[in-house]
Design a protein around this ligand. Structure first.
Ligand code: TXE
Length: 487
């Protein structure tokens, strides 16, 4: 078996695709992976061609029936073993994530441990996957509804929580008897190869888990348009989600899409302002604002607006940020790449030209190399500004003042996104009314992210199709089969 190899010609690791239980030699072109905090070259990863994608799909197809035939509790043992390996290697894995993604080490460590817990959690469903027996209209007949695997899943990953997303896709897929082909983001593939190296040590049957690395328009397109793929599970942008829908259309492939959000945080007149400020600030600097469910826009009641903006600005201005491999006590690292930095620069500049006032931040951070942007608060925003409508995915908080809960909810709902929302109030009736009125897949009261693994992470409108986590997320990876049995 060819193991992951380090290039002999340089110090830079060269990773290989994992197909049919082996790291495969790759002769086509490579993609260079760099550290967003300082531009350092970290690795070379395969830019796979169509034949490698097809080989991975063929291996996954071949392995699927035997994998599904194993009792679920046996499949669960593999997930538990991988979880143990992740915990044993948490420090190394967290450093790999931080170097290529830019998040602070403490968050990368949380991500690794949460990923291990997620594998254990999904493995725990092994004895709980249930079908139904339905009452028949006919005498002497039983109607059975079975839950069966779909077949081969394509898991296409983003770069913001690249390690956790491996598990979020592969754990429910594998425990329900599917096999999987993973495409990591070309921005952050190293952690996926390190995950795979550990997975390789647990002797999972060949073909059950495969990794093919490359670009979206190359490997992504080849995977999503392939008729042998039975489900596409994707997390990323709306534009790519739409492209995947088009690629999947000729084969009518099942889709599970998580396409981000524009989470409104509503701060009412009776809110605990310190609690609201701390939660919103933390949600916006964690992962440098590159989180699908972090507060992306704020609606604050006029009665507390000035005080809230002052507290929020002080908190944001005090954020400790920089190169997370150089300083251990940071709250925030760089953005993922130049394109993301350019997007933030452009959105803030446009907001300013439309009348927003910069209370703190508002420019690229002057701290040397890397894609660093200052933690920013923008006041005087209004709903028709781009910054109140489009996903920023950076450490910027635009604030709009409102007169009531009803006005805030109306503005919050007038969005093409519908993933998560939050409300700050001490009044339970106001909280329940907000939950009633908000057209969102998730609402947090007096807190921000993260979501629970036993919940159901799903959005409305352009935030996606289907969802992840918990029982409902698990069953996304199954199909039903109804049998009518006449005695
Ligand atoms: O995402 P893409 P990008 C949002 C966020 C961010 C923006 C752009 O607003 O600023 O998207 O990020 C693969 N067929 N989110 O451009 O392109 C690609 O290779 C198949 C929200 O990095 O969606 C990568 O593996 N696959 C978000 C993955 O899609 C394709 C997380 C994500 O890349 C493909 C990330 C194609 N045609 C970004 N094109 C969230 N929901 O949390 C690209 N890919």
């Amino acid at each position: 078996m060819i193991k992951l190899r380090e290039s002999r010609m340089s110090e830079i690791p060269v990773y290989q695709n994992y197909i049919n239980g082996e790291f495969q030699p790759h002769s086509a072109s490579y993609i260079e992976v760099t550290n967003p905090a300082n531009g350092e070259l970290l690795s070379r990863v395969p830019n796979a061609d169509t034949s490698e994608v097809e080989a991975a799909i063929t291996a996954a197809k071949k392995a699927q029936k035997a994998w599904a035939a194993k009792p679920a509790i046996e499949r669960a043992q593999y997930l538990h073993k991988i979880a143990d390996k992740l915990r044993q290697n948490a420090e190394h894995l967290a450093a790999v994530i931080t170097k290529e993604q830019g998040k602070v080490l403490s968050l990368a460590t949380v991500e690794v441990n949460f990923t291990a817990d997620y594998l254990d959690y999904m493995a725990g469903w092994a004895r709980r996957i249930e079908g139904e027996i339905i009452t028949s209209d006919r005498p002497g007949e039983n109607i059975f509804m079975f839950r069966k695997p779909l077949g081969v899943v394509a898991g296409i990953l983003p770069w913001n929580f690249p390690f956790f997303l491996i598990a979020r896709k592969m754990a429910p897929a594998l425990i329900t008897g599917n096999t999987i082909v993973i495409k990591p983001s070309e921005e952050t593939p190293n952690n996926c190869f390190e995950f795979t190296r550990l997975l390789d040590e647990v002797d999972l049957p060949a073909g059950v888990f495969n990794v093919v690395c490359g670009t979206g328009y190359g490997v992504g397109q080849a995977l999503t348009s392939n008729s042998q793929i039975d489900m596409i599970s994707f997390t990323g942008s709306v534009a790519t989600g739409s492209a995947i829908m088009a690629a999947a259309a000729p084969n009518v492939t099942k889709l599970n899409l998580e396409l981000g959000g524009k989470a409104p945080a509503i701060v009412l007149e009776d809110a605990d302002l310190d609690l609201a400020v701390n939660a919103i600030k933390a949600s916006r600097v964690i992962n440098t604002g590159q989180v699908c469910n972090c507060a992306e826009r704020i609606y604050v009641h006029t009665a507390v607006a000035d005080k809230f903006i002052e507290k929020l600005s002080s908190a944001m201005a005090a954020t400790r940020y920089g190169d997370p491999m150089k300083q251990s006590d940071l709250e925030m690292g760089p953005l993922i790449n130049q394109a993301s930095l350019d997007k933030v620069i452009s959105m803030v500049s446009k907001a300013k030209s439309e009348g927003a006032q910069v209370i703190t931040g508002g420019k690229v951070a002057d701290i040397g190399p890397g894609f660093h942007y200052e933690p920013t608060v923008l006041a005087g925003c209004h709903s028709d500004m781009e910054i109140m409508q489009k996903e920023i995915f950076g450490p910027v908080l635009p604030v709009q003042v409102v007169a009531s809960l009803e006005e805030a909810v109306e503005l919050a709902n007038a969005s093409e996104y519908g993933l998560t929302s939050s409300v700050y109030t001490r009044d339970l009736r106001q909280a329940m009314r907000a939950i009633d009125l908000l057209d969102y897949g998730e609402t947090y009261i007096n807190r921000e992210n993260f979501e629970a693994m036993q919940g159901f992470h799903a959005g409305t409108r352009k935030s996606g199709i289907g969802g992840a986590d918990g029982k409902h997320g698990l069953y996304e990876y199954t199909r039903t089969h109804v049998a009518y049995v006449q005695n």
